[in-house]
Design a protein around this ligand. Sequence first.
Ligand code: HEM
Ligand code: HEM
Length: 235
Amino acid sequence: MAVFPGVKAALLTYAAHVLAVLAAGAVLVWSIYFRGGLAFEASNKSLIFNIHPVLMLIGFIIIGSEAIMSYKTLPWSHEVNKTIHLVLHAIALVLGAVGVYAAFKFHNESGIDNLYSLHSWIGIGTISLYGIQWIFGFVTFFFPGLSPALRRKSLPWHVLFGVFVYVLAIATAELGFLEKLTFLESSGLYKYSPEAFLVNFTALVVIFLGASVVLSAIAPANVDAPHGYTAVSEN
Ligand code: HEM
Ligand code: HEM
């Protein structure tokens, strides 16, 4: 799937790491400095909400990004990298589920309806598909593991579906930032305030992060290597 010849995946993964650090820093500054901090139990219910963007961005999207890039970034054997890939995806899934739970908890304790927005519908779809992708990946490539021929056949589908779900997660986060900022602005936040800029800036960084992760997955590990999924490992 070498649609990106001439650029080594490593270059894109460096960019992704820098963007991930920037995005993580920005969402923490937003939720702690501008929005008052994070708490699972609080009389100020907004602090419960704040856990949501932090876990969805750092826990779900950034750890999921590192999981996707693990085959290109890590120096170990295919077998070790595969274990790290599956463990990081599992951690992303669990933290993402806790993040979604925080949004529900905030709604329930504040008397706000659940699942009324496009963001929440696509969000539930994303986290469910992520779980399905994980189970299929696990059964196909890890335990019990399909025959080498079937693994070879399913790998392009695994990559395609994995990239699709990842892009869906990026899109969900974009909708989330937009929605939250719109709520804040309609309850008085100045549209050109530093906070409004920070939220839009974070959302922009997340788009660039998503783009570099997707391109790193479809770029060849080595520019000189034959392009495409020719040498699919047997394990
Ligand atoms: C891939 C990442 C994300 C997923 C899967 C996701 C999922 C969800 C879900 C399922 C809900 C519904 C909760 C309920 O109905 O009680 C929700 C609510 C919400 N999320 Fe996210 N979210 C993500 C990222 C974000 C981000 C980065 C923000 C930025 C602030 C955000 C802002 C919101 C807001 C404002 C709500 C409450 C309003 C609503 O239900 O639409 N989300 N999210
Ligand atoms: C939601 C979870 C998952 C997502 C989103 C996902 C996504 C991806 C993506 C995008 C790639 C392509 C990476 C690249 O070529 O640079 C990939 C490769 C791969 N994944 Fe997953 N994956 C998930 C879970 C799993 C699980 C649980 C396993 C089980 C071991 C697994 C095994 C593999 C294998 C063997 C490859 C091929 C690596 C190679 O090119 O040799 N994945 N995955």
